[in-house]
Design a protein around this ligand. Structure first.
Ligand code: C2E
Ligand code: MG
Ligand code: MG
Ligand code: MG
Length: 283
């Protein structure tokens, strides 16, 4: 009887389990095809980053999307974790890096001044001994100055400060690129890595930005991160600014740079070019 009941339960769950497992396997197979197909179904969108004071355009963050025939528009959080588990992120990340550097070169020429281009790195990419060579090639193929390229990492990637991680980050830094800590303040409580790694920028996570500019809110964490940035000589970027009140308050608090839906959503090349034309018209 127990066996029968157990079997019955198994049969109840089986179809749902099968569907989830099948969906994952299909996603993985499709993602492998994307990579085998030179990542042609991936689209890189760009979100502008501007000075909070004066709104002068500082640069763009590259954010990848997957345009799939059957699934439609797939956001990064729906496939980046799987890409990391399977190692496909190495090829995807390289594609995004090369595309972003090439696009940025065109925009810099059009605008007649340097713009920063920010690219997210995943932990898996940092494990590749090849990474500094891949980044050096993206720089020389596109012709952008190394200082224009900002590589974003998360705290969890740097907390494991093995010799190889430290060595690879230093090798990247030696190319002249800049390093940013993404989602700052949401990872680990240890700040010791900030002294060991050559970090240039801190990005205040949206969850802290959300608290800024509300009535009676002194946004202690955003302030603390700004203080930390100032003490360590790092520039600070606020992420996910959605309202004018947040923009204004962060500027008053001394935050230099910001990005968010208030300024612009991530968008394709046509929108970027319109934005560059507006920037040129402003002089
Ligand atoms: P992230 O690096 O922290 O990027 C910021 C995310 O916040 C983006 O989501 C962006 O569209 C969104 N965002 C920007 N401003 C606002 C705002 O005002 N309000 C709200 N609600 N959201 C805002 P997205 O594009 O969906 O990307 C999610 C995450 O996926 C990224 O978080 C990043 O960790 C990862 N990702 C995206 N592209 C890549 C990539 O090429 N490589 C790797 N390794 N990860 C990537
Ligand atoms: Mg980012
Ligand atoms: Mg990120
Ligand atoms: Mg972030």
């Amino acid at each position: 009887r127990a066996k029968a009941a157990g079997k019955g339960r198994y049969e109840v769950f089986e179809p749902a389990m099968h569907a989830a497992v099948r969906e994952r396997l299909e996603l993985e197979a499709d993602l492998r095809r994307v990579v085998a197909n030179e990542c042609r179904d991936l689209v890189v969108h760009y979100q502008p980053i501007a000075a909070l004071a004066g709104r002068r355009l500082h640069g763009f963050e590259a954010l990848v999307r997957w345009r799939d025939a059957r699934r439609g528009f797939v956001p990064p959080l729906a496939f980046i974790p799987l890409a990391e588990e399977t190692g496909l992120i190495v090829a995807i990340g390289r594609h995004v890096l090369e595309t972003a550097c090439r696009d940025a070169r065109g925009w810099q020429d059009r605008l007649g001044r340097p713009l920063s281009i920010t690219v997210n790195l995943s932990a898996r990419q940092l494990l590749e001994p090849d990474l500094p060579r891949v980044v050096a090639a993206a720089l020389s193929d596109s012709g952008i100055a190394p200082e224009s390229l900002v590589l974003e990492m998360t705290e969890s990637m740097l907390i494991d400060d093995t010799e190889s991680t430290l060595g690879r980050v230093r090798a990247l830094k030696a190319l002249g690129v800049r390093l940013a800590i993404d989602d700052f303040g949401t990872g680990f409580s240890s700040l010791a890595y900030l002294e060991r790694f050559p970090v240039d920028l801190l990005k205040i996570d949206k969850r802290f930005v959300d608290r800024v500019g509300r009535e009676h809110d002194e946004s202690p964490l955003a302030r603390a991160i700004l203080g930390l940035g100032a003490a360590l000589g790092m520039r600070v970027v606020a992420e996910g600014i959605e309202t004018e009140a947040q923009w204004t308050r962060l500027r008053e608090l001394g935050c230099e740079l910001g990005q968010g839906y208030y300024l612009a959503r991530p968008a394709g090349l046509d929108d970027v070019e319109r934005l560059l034309d507006a920037e040129l018209a402003r002089g």
